[in-house]
Ligand binder design. Structure first.
Ligand SMILES: [Zn+2]
Length: 93
């Protein structure tokens, strides 16, 4: 993708670098100078700003979520649920 590179500012980083640094930036794992460069870029680039915001949002959501136990494949429960649907279970009497 040929992007316009009409800005000779020496310490300016591009969108690709933002993509690389986005998660580190969100986690504050970047140096002050880098942080500043990224902030400057985000101020002028809506695409990257949205991108970083989304990453931050996802991070926050993951943090808020309770620890989800991901089971490899819950086939037993699935089968039970299916069986319960297939024939009405005699719940109650
Ligand atoms: Zn950008």
């Amino acid at each position: 993708m040929a992007q316009e590179e009409g800005r000779p500012t020496l310490s300016e980083i591009n969108c690709q670098e933002i993509a690389q640094w986005a998660s580190a930036y969100v986690d504050e794992h970047v140096g002050d100078e880098q942080k500043h460069q990224i902030a400057v870029h985000l101020a002028i680039c809506v695409g990257c700003e949205t991108y970083v915001k989304q990453i931050a949002m996802v991070r926050d959501m993951v943090r808020l979520l309770p620890k989800v136990v991901v089971q490899p494949f819950d086939s037993h429960r699935l089968r039970q649920a299916f069986a319960a649907r297939a024939r009405p279970s005699p719940a109650g009497s």
